[in-house]
Write a new protein. Structure first.
Length: 252
């Protein structure tokens, strides 16, 4: 018996629950195009996107250039960014598959147990980003007392997350991702002034404005942006900030 080939559906951003319920099935494979899916240079996207676009959206295009997809759903509303709207237009002209624009303005709260529990920060964000392909909340987890904070979007280079302690709480758009409410600006702007917090955004992302604004108002903050990868300068800034803030090393 010949096995039926699964339909490969690419997603960008956090699709609305109604869309996820429609596309999730045993016959489909959901692929997160925001995450690096192929090993290739981002320079290959230059004919399609300006270099001043953030590394995440350039990663989307890089993935599309190498993957055989059957359809794409891309969030172009306030839960993602205006740049994604233009990327959707470009993808439609590049591809011969359906590219559906969505606007996720869901308000149903799914909770944020991963953001507040004790766990390697890398594992937290891997679990949160994996949750984009699910319509179920994460099972309850015990919260921990935070000693550090990571505010922002999931970085393209997860290696910088290894510098944080396991007792790091996650804020910003990443917390909105876990809650499945990516357009919730109030939740995105929530911070804890008692916790030393790194405010992170990808270079050229519109969220750098909010990151810098919130960092300026926070009593223990480091504003940080980086493009494709976290170089030695970025890592040194994080390590120095955490050390000067009295935060223990990442494995404590």
């Amino acid at each position: 018996m010949t096995l039926r080939k699964k339909k490969k559906i690419g997603i960008v951003g956090v699709p609305p629950l109604a869309v996820l319920r429609e596309i999730i099935s045993p016959e489909t494979e959901i692929i997160d195009l925001d995450e690096p899916q192929v090993r290739a240079s981002l320079d290959l996207t230059a004919p399609h996107l300006p270099r001043v676009y953030c590394a995440i959206l350039r990663t989307v295009v890089l993935n599309v250039l190498h993957l055989e997809l059957d359809a794409i759903y891309i969030d172009v509303g306030p839960g993602k960014c205006d740049c994604a709207l233009h990327v959707a237009t470009i993808l439609r002209d590049m591809l011969d598959i359906p590219v559906t624009a969505t606007r996720n303005q869901d308000t149903e709260s799914f909770g944020t147990p991963l953001c507040r529990t004790r766990m390697r920060l890398t594992d937290k964000l891997l679990a949160i980003t994996a949750g984009v392909r699910s319509i179920s909340p994460h099972p309850p987890l015990p919260p921990c007392r935070p000693t550090a904070g990571f505010w922002g979007v999931p970085p393209r280079d997860f290696s910088l997350l290894e510098l944080f302690p396991d007792t790091t709480h996650v804020y910003g758009w990443t917390r909105c991702m876990e809650n499945k409410t990516p357009a919730d600006l109030k939740l995105e702007a929530h911070v804890n002034p008692a916790v030393p917090t790194v405010f992170f955004a990808q270079s050229f992302c519109a969220k750098t404005a909010l990151a810098r604004h919130l960092a300026a108002r926070h009593p223990q903050a480091l504003y940080l942006d980086c493009d494709v990868s976290a170089g030695s300068s970025v890592r040194a800034k994080i390590e120095a900030f955490l050390e000067l803030s009295g935060v223990r090393n990442a494995r404590s």
